[in-house]
Each structure stands twice: as structure tokens, then as C-alpha cells.
Design a protein around this ligand. Structure first.
Ligand SMILES: *Cc1c(COP(=O)(O)O)cnc(C)c1O
Length: 226
């Protein structure tokens, strides 16, 4: 299938899962992760109607962004960000999905020319290979972000383990949602925290059922084997 056909099929699938889960499809933003593909393929994604594009490396983001698109694009950064790269990146993006250190928050605050919408990344599964805060650190971390007036915490982000065991994936997403609710209950002005950035190609169905608001989907969109 072509990229366009993949996107049509995916949107249909998302619609059906939403319906079964009693959710409205417009609660969900589909973000296409284009880190695997060229500018040309990224243009196909945008032309097929996906307005949200994500990259996980600074160079990839700047390269994609320099191209001309026929439609407006909202840019998401989903990778680990090093302090020295904040300056070149932060004013180029609309959303940062991987905030997990005060040192980065400080640097963002110093370099940003406008408010930056951030998701705080949480390592719910506790895998050593994954970035993010421990769940028990999240409340205090977000409380400390009050000191940085350019940072708006719009939600929490996580990556589920790579496993076929649905129960494990579901419990990770449920924990992130409970944590999100806990942050929302603080009613912090700097952290409305309504968003849940969770769900990738292999687990987006479960993520929708568990309340995801932002899906980050790569291979399912750009692979053409069908
Ligand atoms: C690559 C990546 C994705 C997309 O993964 P797929 O399995 O290709 O859908 C989502 N989130 C993050 C943080 C990624 O690095």
C-alpha cells in the first residue's frame, strides 16, 4: 500500500477503535513519525492530510523543516535532547515530547522565544534502556518546572515495552493516565497536563482504549509492504 493508502486505513481504524471505546476521534492527534524516510516521503504524508510530523534527531527535523509543504505543518520533537542542541531546536518546534531533566528545562527557558508546549517523559516500565522520569518523581519534577516561565506542561509521554503481552502494555498506559490525572488535580497553571502522548505502530489500539490524545506512529504509515 502507498503512504496515502496506509493513512486512510489507519484513520479508519482509529475511528473504529474510538467508536468502540466511546471516544470522539477529534480527541486524538495522529502524529506521523518520519525519522525513517526522506523529504519526498514526508511530503506524501503531509499531502495525505497528516498535519503533525515528528522527528527524533535535530538534524532530521531541521532538514525536513527546510522543505516546502503545500499545507501547514505542526512540528513535534520526540527524541532525547542534549543541552547544547536546545538553542538550534527549540524555536523550530511546536511540541517537545521528551522533557525529563531540569537541566534541559533550564536551557529551554533560556533559549525559547515563546512558550514551549512540553510533554514530560515518564519511564513507566522501568526498563534501563528507556529515557524518562520514574513515576514517583513526576509530581515533584513538574512542581519544579513552575520556575521556568517558557515551559507549559501539556501532558505526559511514555513508550511501552516492546512485547506481545497486551496486559503489560495496557498496564503501562493505565499507569501513565493515572499519573496524568494526579498532575491535573494539582491545577497548576503552568501544567494543565491534559495530554497523553502514547501509542506507536504496535500498540496504538491499546493506547486509544486507555485514553491517548497523541499517537506517534512511524512504520505503519511509511512502510509500503502493506
Ligand atoms: C520511532 C518512534 C516512534 C514511532 O515508532 P513506530 O513503531 O515506527 O510507530 C514513536 N515514538 C518515539 C519516541 C520514537 O522514537
Amino acid at each position: 500500500m502507498s503512504i496515502e493508502e496506509n493513512i486512510i486505513a489507519l484513520n479508519q481504524e482509529i475511528k473504529e477503535i474510538c467508536k468502540k471505546a466511546g471516544r470522539a476521534k477529534d480527541e486524538i492527534t495522529l502524529i506521523a513519525v518520519t525519522k525513517y524516510v526522506t523529504i519526498e516521503r514526508t511530503k506524501e504524508v503531509v499531502n495525505a492530510g497528516v498535519a503533525d510530523i515528528a522527528e527524533n534527531r535535530l538534524e532530521g527535523l531541521l532538514e525536513k523543516q527546510a522543505a516546502h509543504y503545500d499545507h501547514p505543518v505542526t512540528w513535534h520533537f520526540i527524541g532525547n535532547l542534549q543541552s547544547r542542541k536546545v538553542k538550534s531546536l527549540i524555536n523550530q518546534i511546536d511540541y517537545f515530547h521528551a522533557l525529563d531533566r531540569i537541566s534541559i528545562a533550564k536551557e529551554i527557558n533560556k533559549r525559547a522565544e515563546k512558550e514551549i508546549k512540553c510533554f514530560v517523559q515518564v519511564n513507566v516500565s522501568g526498563e534501563a534502556t528507556k529515557n524518562g522520569l520514574k513515576p514517583e518523581e513526576v509530581i515533584q519534577f513538574i512542581d519544579e518546572l513552575k520556575a521556568f516561565n517558557k515551559i507549559k506542561v501539556v501532558g505526559l509521554m511514555t513508550m511501552a515495552p516492546h512485547t506481545k503481552d497486551e496486559a503489560i502494555i495496557r498496564s503501562v498506559f493505565q499507569k501513565l493516565r493515572a499519573l496524568r490525572d494526579e498532575v491535573m488535580n494539582q491545577q497548576w497553571e503552568h501544567a494543565p497536563c491534559q495530554g497523553l502522548s502514547m501509542g506507536m505502530s504496535n500498540d496504538y489500539q491499546i493506547a486509544i482504549e486507555e485514553g491517548a490524545t497523541h499517537l506517534r506512529i512511524g512504520s505503519l504509515i511509511v512502510n509500503e509492504e502493506g
